[in-house]
Each structure stands twice: as structure tokens, then as C-alpha cells.
Design a protein around this ligand. Structure first.
Ligand SMILES: Cc1cc2nc3c(=O)[nH]c(=O)nc-3n(C[C@H](O)[C@H](O)[C@H](O)COP(=O)(O)O)c2cc1C
Length: 204
């Protein structure tokens, strides 16, 4: 079993990475392999609503969004980490997730997802809410912890001193590992086929 962790921060070894690493360490202890995908500091293309991804499973811009979708074919779960920017996930991460999920959500369905955020002080729950929307739109079970999945700090050292936040990360790792094992144990349980999609727009 394997979990992909996306670090949305431009800081490769910053606060978000510190939180994700704590989750990853627990997953590894539990026998779940992990990979951290860094989105880095280069600009990331936003969705241009060309709809050329429809039925393709991939975005027309072949960059990190498609790379993440390809990695997810080999992964059983997804964790998305973000620094909090103005009470929301950082913009580059949103650009990535919009294209990744719009193009490839069918391939993500039924794989558990979890969001993790890092903030100096505030805006954590609104940022978490935005990230969780991607999972709940894509039929992904959302994994929680004993508190909301957040750490606080401006530096990795401050995050490590957020003892409660780090504990929340470890509980998240255990919960993700447990759910992956439960899903594996129940893999022979059939799922009802989806009905043909109804799109009821509000203006007719
Ligand atoms: C543009 C920008 C906006 C930010 N907005 C917030 C905010 O709304 N609330 C907050 O507590 N911290 C805010 N911060 C601080 C970061 O979220 C925080 O330091 C985070 O832990 C950095 O994570 P990183 O090291 O993984 O990048 C902001 C930082 C930047 C650069």
C-alpha cells in the first residue's frame, strides 16, 4: 500500500513538509509506503476551462497535475498539505488541484484523502475546508484525526514544538493506515455501479 503526499508549499523543507513528514513516518511504521511530491516554487498553470480533459483522465497541460495523477494510479491514498495563505490554501496548490481533480477525479474515487495545513496563526479551518471539498467531490473517503489536521509555526522548529499539532499528525497517519487496511480487507465487497450522470444546472 502506498500514499502520495503533496506538499503545496514553495518551501521544500518548511512547516508543511514537517507536518507531512510526521504523518509519513507513522504510515511507514504501519507498513504503508509514502512519497512526498513537492510542487516547488515555479509557476503552476491554472485551469483554463478548455474541457479537453473530459473523458481523457489527464489535463491538456502535461505538468505536475498529470504527474500526480500518474503517481496516484500506483497509490491507495492521498494527503494534500498546504501552508495557509490568507485563510486559504496557497494559490499554486489550488491551480494544481483544480486541474488534477477536474481531469482525473474518476481515477481518485474511493481512495482515502486527507488535508493538512500549516499556519503561523489563523485561517486554518477555512483552508482545510477548501481542500476537503476536492475529496468529497471525487467520492474519496475523508480521513480525520483527533482534532483538525493543522500545525502552527513560521519555521519547522516551531512546528516541531507544536506538540499537539504533531500528535494530531501522528493520529492522522494511524487513521489513514487503518482505513487503507480496512479497504484492502473489504476489497471483494462489490460497489453499486454509478447511475448515468444528471447535470441539473440552475438556469435552463
Ligand atoms: C502570502 C502569505 C500569506 C499568509 N497568510 C497566512 C494566514 O492567513 N494565516 C496564518 O496564520 N499564516 C499565514 N501565512 C504564514 C504561513 O501560512 C505559515 O508560516 C506556514 O506555516 C508556512 O508553511 P511553509 O513553511 O510550509 O511554507 C502566510 C504566509 C504567506 C507567505
Amino acid at each position: 500500500m502506498k500514499v502520495l503526499l503533496i506538499n503545496g508549499s514553495p518551501h521544500q523543507s518548511g512547516c508543511t513538509y514537517t507536518a507531512l513528514s510526521e504523518v509519513a513516518a507513522v504510515l511507514n511504521e504501519e507498513g504503508v509506503r509514502t512519497e512526498i511530491l513537492q510542487i516547488g516554487s515555479k509557476p503552476i498553470q491554472g485551469c483554463v476551462a478548455c474541457h479537453r480533459c473530459e473523458g481523457q483522465g489527464r489535463c491538456v497541460f502535461s505538468d505536475l497535475a498529470n504527474a500526480a495523477l500518474e503517481k496516484m494510479e500506483q497509490c491507495d491514498g492521498l494527503i494534500v498539505g498546504s501552508p495557509v495563505y490568507y485563510a486559504a490554501p496557497n494559490g499554486a496548490l489550488i491551480s494544481l488541484l483544480n486541474r488534477m481533480f477536474y481531469a482525473g477525479s474518476a481515477g481518485l474515487a474511493h481512495k482515502p484523502g486527507a488535508a493538512v495545513v500549516s499556519a503561523r496563526r489563523a485561517g486554518t479551518t477555512s483552508a482545510l475546508n477548501v481542500l476537503n471539498e476536492y475529496f468529497t467531490n471525487a467520492q474519496m473517503p475523508v480521513v480525520s484525526s483527533r482534532y483538525w489536521n493543522m500545525v502552527h509555526g513560521s519555521t519547522p522548529d516551531e512546528v516541531r514544538r507544536d506538540l499537539e499539532g504533531m500528535q494530531v499528525m501522528r493520529a492522522l497517519g494511524h487513521n489513514m493506515a487503518w482505513l487503507l487496511k480496512v479497504i484492502r480487507a473489504g476489497q471483494d465487497i462489490p460497489r453499486a455501479p454509478l447511475e448515468p450522470r444528471q447535470r441539473t444546472n440552475f438556469i435552463r
